[in-house]
Design a protein around this ligand. Structure first.
Ligand SMILES: Nc1nc2c(ncn2[C@@H]2O[C@H](COP(=O)(O)OP(=O)(O)OP(=O)(O)O)[C@@H](O)[C@H]2O)c(=O)[nH]1
Ligand SMILES: [Zn+2]
Length: 345
């Protein structure tokens, strides 16, 4: 196995500045390529290392793409290097902990196909996720070879948001995959996200030239299809790094108000012109949004999706905050009940 210089792995002065004093001959930076249930795999300047975690740290605290300081003598993670960013999504139901998708990501490659998977509302979610994670969004439209007019999909994406850049490819064609190279220079990191079956693994395999290797992380799903079951960081033949993620059925957002605002940035100028500063853009007089919809300058469906996404984000963000408060209060009540018991013989 060839060793990769740290800068090619994405290491930078910013990461180094947090931990310089702790680095020595045995304590070295490592970038997590795989996060398993009880251990992680890291890429270091010395090669690949399988690491255990110190007391108090669980794999749920770590994401593929994270930098850690690893003690190579003991084979244990010492600390997590402060992240540049982390892509996360709200966990299912009332689970308070967010699910970490990938860390230290430059580009979020939002993969969707030029067919039934294409869904503006879902794309806006992914765009908001990218914006709130401070990652550059790139919409990769696969299965262009199966569409009558692939360019129309690209134009539709670019109409969705001033943030969106899109390109269309046949993911099975190496020369078309090469159009992704500018986002994958040495040291760059991109994460592939999108629904199951849109072509994420095809892209990963094509760009890493590792068809056989990735089969290991795939297993048959209930319908007998191969599907990706875990995340991993792999080097592409362009030098940059790709993080593959399992297909997502849903992407509930929370704490993404600023990301949503960026995706719908063109609405900001309008809402400023509403007569009332707390306008809900429903039936209020002097509402600039309603006026723009009536004049045909604003897509009403897009306006409704914007409102829905905002409501959902607000609801989810509040639920988590409330759940935290409830949890804290419950802890307090238990403690005082125990104390009462102890105090009263
Ligand atoms: N015609 C055509 N087929 C494609 C293209 N991209 C992917 N496919 C096919 O679509 C199927 C699903 O592709 P995958 O790469 O496994 O999809 P995935 O997004 O990794 O799916 P999960 O692992 O379940 O998340 C495979 O049979 C691919 O060969 C494309 O651009 N054109
Ligand atoms: Zn209004």
């Amino acid at each position: 196995m060839t060793n990769t210089p740290l800068t090619d792995l994405g290491w930078s002065d910013t990461f180094a500045s947090h931990v310089t004093s702790e680095i020595n001959e045995t304590v070295q930076p490592g970038r997590l390529s795989d996060v398993h249930r009880d251990r992680v795999l890291a890429k270091t300047a010395e090669g690949d290392a399988s690491l255990t975690l110190p007391a108090g740290m669980t794999t749920g605290d770590l994401a593929v793409g994270d930098w850690v300081l690893a003690d190579l003598a003991t084979g244990q993670v010492k600390t997590l290097v402060p992240r540049r960013n982390v892509v996360r999504r709200k966990a299912a139901g009332n689970d308070m902990r967010a699910q970490l998708i990938a860390a230290n990501v430059d580009t979020l490659m939002i993969v969707t196909s030029c067919n039934a998977d294409f869904n503006p509302a879902r794309l806006e979610r992914y765009l908001a996720l990218a914006a709130s994670s401070d990652a550059l969004p790139l919409v990769v439209l696969t299965k262009a070879d199966l569409a009558d007019d692939a360019a129309s999909y690209r134009r539709e994406v670019e109409r969705l948001s001033p943030l969106a850049t899109a390109l269309t490819i046949d993911a099975r064609d190496m020369s078309e995959l090469a159009t992704l190279a500018p986002w994958l220079r040495p040291g760059d990191t991109a994460a592939l996200v999108g629904s199951s079956g849109v072509g994420k693994s095809t892209i990963l395999n094509g760009l890493t030239g590792a068809t056989a290797l990735t089969q290991g992380i795939r297993e048959d799903d209930a319908k007998g299809r191969h599907t990706t079951t875990s995340r991993s960081l792999r080097q592409t033949t362009c030098g940059g790094w790709l993080i593959d993620t399992p297909g997502m059925r849903s992407l509930p957002l929370d704490n993404s108000a600023d990301g949503i605002a960026q995706v719908f940035a063109d609405f900001d100028g309008l809402t400023d012109q509403c007569k009332f500063s707390d306008c809900q853009h429903l039936t209020e007089p002097g509402c600039a949004i309603q006026a723009a919809v009536a004049a045909g300058d604003l897509d009403e469906k897009r306006f409704h999706r914007w409102q829905k996404l905002q409501r959902e984000d607000q609801y989810n963000s509040e639920t988590i905050a409330e759940a935290r408060a409830r949890h804290k209060n419950f802890g307090k009540r238990v403690k005082s009940a125990m104390k009462e018991k102890r105090d009263k013989p």
